[in-house]
Design a protein around this ligand. Structure first.
Ligand SMILES: Nc1ncnc2c1ncn2[C@@H]1O[C@H](COP(=O)(O)OP(=O)(O)OP(=O)(O)O)[C@@H](O)[C@H]1O
Ligand SMILES: [Mg+2]
Length: 304
């Protein structure tokens, strides 16, 4: 096993119901690995398993070369973890939070703490209570705290949820800097443009991996489907007409264009015929993008 993370059939059940169901993944050193999936897909549970916070019920895994079951404590000290609902000490100042987290495992120097504050744009808030920071700055601080013992592997559970686009870009610059230093990042996100920033991805659906690889390989292996762009603003009758076709999997409206994901057995002529019944819109066969693939692979059975 050469990866920083290697899992084989990892399973976790809550009250007998699998939240993570036979997940096999491999993450390499210096990689930014993205885990995507709809709500309740099992992303946070997977991170908590790999971070040694929860016990696995089945399968096996090695994290940073340590066995996840028998060497859990070693793993905990070598990783950083930013939880989805992250915890800071609101009564401590920004600088004190960082110092506290640094002290838990291998403390870093004051200089390095200062550098972290600077890198995350927190210097001017150093003496302010963490509880008074805005949501975005709390998140920056929680990421800085997770880095305060200089971990090799960092788990970030939706690190940019609710973050403005400029700050999100800045955080991603930090993530790239960390990866360039040889750190490995394991990130969950719901933002498709962030998926495009990862080196490799896995899509999780109901606890199972439904696609894995680079963005390009995931998109190119999305066979059996076609994606059409229909030049139509929202049109309820058109939508109902399209969804009545058994080959139409799902629709996604973007302003005055409707994206239609179909089974590839549907001919453009048949689609155009149904569209014409409702409006005069042209249809265009387009390349699938990451959102199309994600939507199709995580689409629940039964029509919506
Ligand atoms: N401690 C727990 N006890 C019982 N059920 C749990 C527990 N933690 C998670 N679950 C269940 O496991 C499933 C997966 O949850 P998880 O939080 O891993 O999903 P997620 O992919 O992170 O979702 P989201 O995008 O909403 O954060 C859900 O059905 C959830 O209710
Ligand atoms: Mg989650």
């Amino acid at each position: 096993m050469t990866g920083i993370i290697e899992t084989e059939g990892v399973t976790k059940r809550f009250a007998g119901v699998p939240a993570v169901d036979g997940v096999s993944l491999s993450v390499s050193s210096g990689e930014i690995f993205g885990l995507l999936g709809p709500n309740a897909a099992g992303k946070s549970t997977m991170i908590r398993l790999l971070a040694g916070i929860l016990n696995i019920d089945g399968g096996s895994a090695r994290v940073l070369g340590h066995d996840l079951v028998i060497e859990r404590e070693k793993i905990k000290s070598e990783i950083g973890y930013v939880a989805q609902s992250f915890a800071l000490y609101p009564e401590l100042t920004v600088a004190e939070n960082l110092e506290f987290y640094s002290a838990i495992y291998t403390p870093i120097s004051r200089e390095k703490q200062q550098l972290l504050l600077k890198q995350f744009g927190l210097q001017r808030f150093a003496a302010q209570r963490a509880g008074l920071l805005s949501g975005g700055y709390k998140r920056r601080l929680s990421i800085a705290c997770a880095l305060a013992h200089d971990p090799q592997l960092i788990f970030l559970d939706e690190p940019t949820a609710g973050i403005d686009p400029v700050t999100r870009r800045e955080l991603w610059e930090r993530f790239y800097e960390l990866a360039a230093l040889g750190k490995t990042l394991f990130v969950t996100t719901h933002y498709m443009e962030e998926a495009e920033r990862c080196n490799r991805l896995a899509f999780l659906h109901r606890g199972r991996v439904v696609a894995e690889g680079t963005l390009a390989t995931i998109i190119s292996s999305f066979t059996g489907h076609s994606v059409y762009s229909v030049a139509s603003a929202h049109n309820a009758a058109l939508a109902a007409g399209l969804l009545a076709m058994p080959e139409v999997l799902l629709l996604n409206q973007f302003g005055d264009r409707l994206r239609v994901i179909t089974d590839s057995s549907l001919t453009p002529e048949s689609l155009q015929r149904v569209v014409r019944r409702h409006c005069d819109a042209a249809i265009e066969l387009v390349e699938p993008d990451i959102e199309d693939v994600f939507m199709a692979l995580t689409h629940e059975r039964g029509r919506k």
